[in-house]
Design a protein around this ligand. Structure first.
Ligand SMILES: Nc1ncnc2c1ncn2[C@@H]1O[C@H](COP(=O)(O)OP(=O)(O)O)[C@@H](O)[C@H]1O
Ligand SMILES: [Mg+2]
Length: 256
C-alpha cells in the first residue's frame, strides 16, 4: 500500500498570481525516507501542510494509507501524523517531560507508559532523561530543543512523519549528528518520512527518494543515485552543479 499519494493536486493562495502547487501527482511507498528539495518559495511547506490538512487542496486528491484525507477528521488525522517544524514549537511553560507527554495524555495513555515513553524518546535523541526532563525549553540550546521536538513527534510511534526543515537553524556539527540520529531512528522503524530541506547535500544523504520541486511542480522523484546519474532536466542539473561548486544550499530567491 502507498503511505501517501497526491493526485493532480492544485493550490493557489488568495491573491497570488502563481500556483503554490501545480498539478502535483506522486505516490510514496511505505517506509520511504523522502527528502523534498527546492528553492525558497517553491511549495515545499505547502505540500507538507496539505498532508495533515493544515492547508486544504483547491482541487485534486490526497490519500494517507489508502484513505482520502478529506473523509477524515482533521484533528484525529493530525494525531496520527508526526509533525516537526524548524521553529520547534515547544510549550515554554511546560517542562521537557510535559511537552513530550501532551499527545500521549490526549490519547489516554497510563502514567507508566507515558513515563517510559519520555525516557525512551529522550535516550533515542541522545539526551540524558535525568538531566533534561525537568528542565524548561528556555534552558536548552537550539539543537537540544530540536531533539526534544523530534522526541515529542516520535513518542506515539506514528507511521508517517512530516519534517519541515527541522535542522534549518542548527549549526553544522549538531546538524550532522542530528541527521545521523534521524537516519538511525528511521532505519529502526517502518515509518514513512517526508523531510523538507533546501540543503542538497542533506537531501541526497538522508533520502531513500528525493523529490525535487520547482515553482510548485514536481520535477523529479527518484533515488539519490538516479538523481545524480539521470537528472530530469536543466533545473536538476543546475542544482547538482551548485553542489559540485562546493555550495550545498539554495539561498532565497536564487534564480535557478
Ligand atoms: N498563507 C499564504 N498566503 C499567501 N501565499 C502563501 C502562503 N503560504 C505560502 N504562500 C506562497 O506560496 C508559495 C509557496 O510557499 P511555501 O510552500 O511556503 O514555499 P517553501 O516552503 O518551498 O519555501 C510562495 O510563493 C509563498 O509566498
Ligand atoms: Mg518552507
Amino acid at each position: 500500500m502507498y503511505s501517501v499519494t497526491f493526485e493532480h493536486v492544485n493550490k493557489r493562495f488568495l491573491g497570488a498570481n502563481d500556483q503554490a502547487l501545480d498539478d502535483v501527482t506522486i505516490q510514496i511507498e511505505e517506509g520511504e525516507f523522502v527528502t523534498i528539495l527546492g528553492s525558497s518559495g517553491c511549495g515545499k511547506t505547502t505540500l507538507i501542510k496539505m498532508v495533515n490538512r493544515l492547508l486544504e487542496v483547491d482541487s485534486g486528491k490526497i490519500t494517507v494509507m489508502g484513505e482520502d484525507i478529506r473523509s477524515q477528521d482533521p484533528v484525529s488525522l493530525r494525531r496520527r501524523i508526526g509533525y516537526v517544524i524548524q521553529q520547534v514549537g515547544l510549550f515554554p511553560h511546560m517542562t521537557i517531560e510535559e511537552n513530550i507527554k501532551v499527545l500521549p495524555k490526549l490519547l489516554g495513555w497510563d502514567r507508566g507508559k507515558m513515563d517510559a515513553g519520555v525516557d525512551q524518546m529522550l535516550s533515542l535523541v541522545a539526551l540524558d532523561p535525568e538531566e533534561f526532563k525537568k528542565r524548561y525549553p528556555a534552558q536548552l540550546s537550539g539543537g537540544q530543543q530540536q531533539r526534544v521536538g523530534l522526541a515529542r513527534a516520535l513518542v506515539t510511534n506514528p507511521g508517517l512523519m512530516l519534517l519541515d526543515e527541522p535542522f534549518g537553524a542548527i549549526d553544522a556539527i549538531n546538524r550532522e549528528s542530528l541527521q545521523n540520529e534521524l537516519k538511525r531512528i528511521h532505519a529502526g522503524s517502518r515509518a514513512t518520512y517526508l523531510f523538507v530541506t533546501h540543503d542538497i547535500r542533506e537531501a541526497l544523504k538522508l533520502g531513500s527518494k528525493v523529490l525535487i520541486m520547482n515553482q510548485g511542480r514536481v520535477i523529479q522523484y527518484d533515488s539519490p543515485r538516479q538523481v545524480l546519474d539521470n537528472p530530469a532536466d536543466d533545473f536538476v542539473c543546475s542544482l547538482l552543479a551548485t553542489l559540485r561548486n562546493g555550495r550545498d544550499t539554495l539561498t532565497d530567491g536564487e534564480g535557478i
